[in-house]
Write a protein of this length. Structure first.
Length: 69
């Protein structure tokens, strides 16, 4: 006995299926907004300048338990 016992009828049906793929899989036209895509690519290539909003940050790099001035 195996875990696949009793599945022979289903296996035979699948072997004789004429076109097992979803009909929508033949649609190669992908809908999209070209202007929006261009904007996304431009933002990726040229990120917004952060020079105008400078943030000062103080980081304690001394040994644990001590404070630095």
């Amino acid at each position: 006995m195996t875990l696949a016992s009793g599945d022979s009828q289903k296996a035979n049906q699948l072997l004789q299926t004429v076109d097992p793929f979803n009909p929508a899989s033949n649609n190669t036209k992908i809908e999209g907004d070209g202007a929006r895509s261009v904007g996304v690519v431009q933002k990726y290539k040229l990120p917004p300048s952060t020079a105008a909003s400078t943030t000062n940050m103080t980081v304690n790099v001394g040994p644990a338990g001590t404070t630095t001035q």
